[in-house]
Design a protein around this ligand. Structure first.
Ligand code: PLP
Length: 392
C-alpha cells in the first residue's frame, strides 16, 4: 500500500486550494456571516461588496462587458440549466456537439421529451474528439434557437474552436452557449473576441474556489430572452411581487453561497497574481511531459490530441485487459494516484472513442499544484501496470 497521495482528479474539482481560499472562507464565517442584500448593517454591506468584487474579478478574467453580466450559480450544471431551460421554447431547434457533458445532454433530453425540441448532434473525431466545425456551422439554420459547444472535453482534454463557431453563430444571430467547465481558470478566455453569448463555468475547478460555486455569463441584452425558472427574494425592488427583470437579480433568487464566494474572491486574486498565462504555461508543460513519457508504452492507450497546445491536461487512458475500475484501484493502492474511472458523465464521448463497452477509461486530470515529479510518477506507474499486463 502506497501512503503518499497524488491527486489527479482536478477535472472533478481542484485540490488542494491555495491557503488564502480557506483563510477567506474562515474570515467571512467568523467576521461577517451575513446574507448579502438582506440587512442595512455593515456586515451585510461588506458581504454584498464581496459578491460584487467576485463579479468584477470574474468579468475581468473572461473579458465580459460588465460585472452585472455574471450571474452566480451553485455549480456549472446550474449555470448550464439556467441557460438551456431559460432560452428554449417548445419546438425549438438546437445544434450541439456529441462531446457535451451530461449537464448539457440531460437538460436537452428533458426538453426533447417535454417541449418537443429538436437537436442536431454534431460528431467528433474518434481519436482526438475534435468537433467537425464545418458540419456544426452548416447545421445552423435561421430557425436554430441555440448552439451548444463545450470548450474543452472532460474526457480527452481537446479544445474546440469556439471562436470559429462563435463567428458563424453571430452572423446568423444564434446564441452560443459554451460549457467552460474545464477551461475557465486554465486557459485565457475572451467572451467578446470569441463571440460567446452564454458561458457556463464552475468556480470550484480550475478557478480554485470551494465546491458549491459557479456562474453564467450572459451577454448584455440576452437576459431579455431568458426566462428564470426559479423566482424569489433578491433584496432588490422588494415591494414588487414579480421577479426583477435586470441582471443579475433576475436569475439570482434566494440567499447566496457567501461562504463559497468569499473563497472564490480569494482564489481569483491568487489567479490574477499568478496570471492566467503562467497557469496555461504550467498546464502545457504538464501535458507535454505526460504525452512524451507515455508515448511508446506497449498496450497503454492515451486518448485525445498529442499536440499539447490543442488540449488541456485532462487525459483518458486505458490498458488492454484491465477494466477501468481495476486500473484506477491499482493506481490508488499501489501508487497512491487518485483518478476517476468510468464514463465521466459523457456517454456520447465514449461512444465516439469506442470505449463504452469497455466501461470507459481512467481519467487523470492535472491542476496548478501538480508537478513534473507527479507526472513522472504517474507515467512510471502506467508503464509498470501496462508492462505487467503485457508480461502476463
Ligand atoms: C465539461 C463539464 N461540464 C459540466 C460539468 C458540471 O460541473 P459541476 O460539477 O460544477 O456542475 C462538469 C463537471 O465535471 C464538466 O466536466
Amino acid at each position: 500500500m502506497y501512503t503518499q497521495r497524488i491527486y489527479t482528479d482536478n477535472a472533478a474539482t481542484s485540490f488542494p486550494k491555495p491557503p488564502c481560499v480557506m483563510e477567506a472562507v474562515n474570515a467571512y464565517a467568523n467576521d461577517l456571516g451575513a446574507s448579502a442584500g438582506r440587512g442595512a448593517y455593515r456586515e451585510a454591506m461588506e458581504t454584498g461588496e464581496l459578491l460584487a468584487e467576485g463579479r468584477r474579478r470574474i468579468a475581468r478574467l473572461i473579458n465580459a462587458e460588465s460585472s452585472e453580466t455574471i450571474v452566480y450559480a451553485f455549480n456549472c450544471s446550474g449555470a448550464l440549466n439556467m441557460a438551456i431551460h431559460g432560452l428554449l421554447r417548445p419546438g425549438a431547434h438546437v445544434v450541439a456537439s456529441r462531446m457535451e457533458h451530461n449537464s448539457v445532454l440531460r437538460p436537452l433530453h428533458a426538453l426533447m421529451q417535454t417541449h418537443d425540441i429538436r437537436v442536431t448532434w454534431i460528431d467528433a473525431d474518434p481519436t482526438t474528439g475534435v468537433v467537425d466545425v464545418e458540419a456544426f456551422n452548416n447545421a445552423l439554420t435561421e430557425n436554430t434557437a441555440l448552439a451548444c459547444l463545450i470548450h474543452a472535453s472532460n474526457v480527452t482534454g481537446i479544445l474546440q474552436d469556439i471562436a470559429r463557431v462563435g463567428a458563424a453563430c453571430r452572423e446568423k444571430n444564434i446564441p452560443l452557449l459554451v460549457d467552460a467547465a474545464q477551461t475557465v481558470g486554465h486557459v485565457p478566455i475572451d467572451v467578446q473576441a470569441m463571440n460567446v453569448d452564454l458561458l457556463a463555468f464552475p468556480g470550484h475547478k480550475a478557478m480554485l474556489a470551494p465546491l458549491g460555486t459557479g456562474a453564467l455569463y450572459i451577454r448584455p441584452g440576452l437576459e431579455n430572452k431568458l426566462t428564470p425558472h426559479i423566482q424569489g427574494g433578491t433584496g432588490s425592488v422588494s415591494d414588487e411581487p414579480v421577479q426583477p427583470d435586470f441582471l443579475p437579480d433576475k436569475f439570482e433568487p434566494g440567499s447566496h453561497n457567501a461562504l463559497g464566494i468569499a473563497g472564490w474572491v480569494a482564489s481569483l486574486k491568487w489567479l490574477e497574481d499568478k496570471t492566467i498565462d503562467a497557469v496555461r504555461a504550467h498546464d502545457l508543460e504538464l501535458s507535454h511531459a505526460f504525452i512524451n513519457q507515455t508515448q511508446g508504452i506497449d498496450s497503454l492507450r492515451v486518448f485525445g490530441p498529442t499536440d499539447p497546445s490543442a488540449r488541456v491536461s485532462v487525459f483518458s487512458v486505458a490498458i488492454d485487459g484491465l477494466e477501468p475500475a481495476e486500473l484506477a484501484a491499482l493506481l490508488e493502492t499501489e501508487f497512491g494516484i487518485l483518478t476517476r474511472p468510468g464514463i465521466h458523465c459523457a456517454p456520447f464521448v465514449h461512444e465516439t472513442l469506442g470505449t463504452t463497452s469497455a466501461g470507459g477509461t481512467v481519467r487523470l486530470s492535472f491542476g496548478i499544484f501538480n508537478t513534473l515529479d507527479d507526472i513522472a510518477h504517474c507515467t512510471q506507474a502506467l508503464a509498470e501496470l501496462a508492462g505487467a499486463k503485457v508480461g502476463g
